[in-house]
Design a protein. Structure first.
Length: 255
């Protein structure tokens, strides 16, 4: 077998180490052919395409263990996957461009070249939050609440004043601290502290939700306990905080 790349050639072409290529093979993501005479690996153009897709998924933050089911099995699927990656990469570029503008304006302000309003100082961070939320939870949120509600939520976040932004982040910290204390002290989520945390959480949602309803609040709580991403966020300091918050919201939302 004379055609194709050796493992060393593909490593140089792609910038991926030989060790990583072997790891992808061990994980079942790449399956190069072997030369009959000596058992050396040979990577075809299809292997190159597959490696490119693996690298794109890794660049987008997908864990190696989760890549297998996402890999394309046909030309149509590969075109669809690449189109999806392109949308995500453009969103990432827009986020970085906004942060770059914020840093540039800040440097110009510090050097006395321009004035910078308090609102401008926080624009990049707000755009980053919106893009991150869209990337992590956008598809699910739009399926559950609709495009109009999610777009309005994003608009409210982007239009936050400096004071509102600071108050919103302070509420987030207060909620996390209260949850940690409640779980450590073995407090009943149906009790007074649960009512207090539920109210704090309602106020926090009010900064970004177009409108509030107890039903939507309770639905969000159900989503928290069903999604490992939310569990990782709320349980990061004290395990059990997500379940405690869920129970407090169900006990007190709308009461």
């Amino acid at each position: 077998m004379d055609s194709g790349y050796t493992i060393g050639e593909l490593a140089r072409l792609s910038g991926v180490s030989v060790r990583t290529l072997r790891f992808y093979e061990e994980e079942g993501l790449l399956t190069p052919a072997r030369e009959a005479a000596n058992g050396y690996r040979r990577y075809t153009s299809k292997d190159v395409d597959r490696l490119q897709e693996i690298m794109l998924l890794r660049r987008l933050g997908v864990a190696v263990r989760d890549i297998g089911p996402l890999l394309s099995t046909s030309a149509y699927e590969r075109r669809h996957a690449l189109s999806r990656h392109l949308v995500e990469l453009r969103a990432e570029r827009a986020r970085l461009d906004e942060l770059i503008k914020t840093v540039e304006r800040t440097l110009a302000h510090l050097e006395g070249e321009t004035d910078m309003t308090d609102t401008e100082k926080f624009e990049g961070f707000k755009h980053e939050l919106v893009e991150d939320n869209e990337r992590r939870y956008g598809d699910e949120a739009r399926r559950r609440y609709g495009d109009a509600a999610v777009d309005e939520s994003n608009r409210k976040m982007l239009n936050m004043s400096k004071n509102d932004y600071e108050a919103w982040r302070a509420l987030e910290t207060e909620i996390l601290d209260a949850l940690a204390e409640a779980v450590r002290e073995g407090e009943d989520p149906a009790g007074p502290l649960g009512a207090h945390v539920c109210e704090l959480h309602r106020q926090w949602l009010g900064y970004t939700w177009p409108s509030y309803s107890p039903e939507a609040h309770r639905g969000l709580a159900e989503g928290y306990v069903a999604d490992e991403r939310f569990r990782a966020y709320y349980d990061r300091d004290v395990p059990g905080a997500t379940d405690w918050l869920h129970d407090a919201i169900l006990a007190h939302a709308g009461m």
